[in-house]
Design a protein. Structure first.
Length: 314
């Protein structure tokens, strides 16, 4: 039997037949097993739940089925169905370190309401290395990248008290964290509670993901934390090009856009030089990250268009 508080592990899943077995095997290998496991099937159209049933989890498994909803809404359903006060949260596309839950629990104090662990991106290809350089955050002063909801432990009463997650596909984790702060929640950090997160592995998936995030970030009213900053960058770029043109040096304006992306990627490489197992200060990776930043910026604009069209609907 486990020592310490009982824990319900809640996992929202949607079309994760490719990754669900690896995730659940890592659950079964935990040095401190959760007391129950709740999989929330958010309208999967593949064999996610069928494959989940093939893994011996050593603990009771419950399936909660919902319509095709976003992960935050699915988490709300899973937490509502949970039988214990402490809720561990993770997601599809993730593999847990064997001591993940033990490390989260070790950070608990009597007054603690939530514990955030950390994650490492899976960087098994050149594109994923460039992606990590382009948009995965560096570790903060607590030694974590976050707050990362898919590596967290939260009191059920506090979770329900702040209303859980809002119904968006982006910024829902940030809004939830803000709700916890506003409610005076006591938050702890567990940098050794690590998970491995599978980031997008191709340009199409990257584009689709950021276009969706852009749309929902605006719908959530959090454009000031993303879109305003992007607009400011392009405003400065436009001002610089205008100055060059007015100075009669128009030939210098042509390379401005590619240099703009390379400069951003180079800054990221320097800031994150100690953040990953690979070297960030490599020209090839910097150029790859620059290209991905361009893709992400185009996706951001597409997301703005989707948001504007959505706002025009009755």
């Amino acid at each position: 039997m486990n020592a310490g508080p009982s824990v319900s592990l809640v996992v929202p899943l949607q079309d994760e037949e490719r990754t669900v077995c690896a995730l659940l095997r890592s659950v079964a290998q935990q040095s401190h097993l959760p007391d129950e496991i709740i999989l929330v099937d958010a309208g999967s159209r593949d064999r996610t739940i069928e494959k989940a049933g093939t893994v011996d989890l050593l603990r009771p498994l419950r399936i909660v089925r919902t319509s095709r909803v976003f992960p935050g809404v699915a988490r709300n359903e899973g937490v509502s169905a949970a039988g214990f006060e402490w809720i561990a949260l993770t997601d599809g596309g993730i593999v847990l370190h064997p001591d993940w839950l033990r490390e989260l629990l070790a950070a608990l104090q009597p007054s603690t309401d939530a514990v955030f662990g950390s994650f490492e991106p899976v960087c098994d290809t050149f594109l994923r290395e460039c992606a990590a350089l382009a948009y995965v955050p560096p570790k903060d002063r607590f030694g974590i990248r976050g707050p990362f909801i898919a590596s967290s432990l939260i009191r059920r009463s506090k979770f329900l008290g702040v209303g859980g997650f809002p119904p968006y596909r982006a910024a829902e984790d940030l809004i939830f964290a803000e709700r916890l702060r506003a409610a005076g929640a006591v938050v702890a950090y567990a940098p050794k509670a690590q998970v491995r997160w599978e980031i997008a592995g191709n340009l199409g998936a990257t584009f689709d993901r950021f276009a969706t995030y852009s749309h929902h970030n605006l719908a959530a009213g959090w454009g000031r934390y993303w879109h305003v900053g992007v607009a400011r960058l392009y405003g400065l770029l436009g001002l610089g090009v205008l100055v060059v043109l007015l100075a009669g040096a128009g030939f210098l304006a042509w390379p401005a856009l590619p240099l703009f992306f390379v400069a951003r990627a180079t800054k990221a490489a320097w800031v994150k030089r100690h953040s990953f197992a690979f070297s960030t200060l490599v020209p090839g990776r910097i150029l790859g990250a620059a290209g991905l930043l361009a893709v992400i910026d185009v996706a951001t604009v597409v997301g703005v268009g989707r948001w504007l069209r959505a706002k025009e609907r009755p």
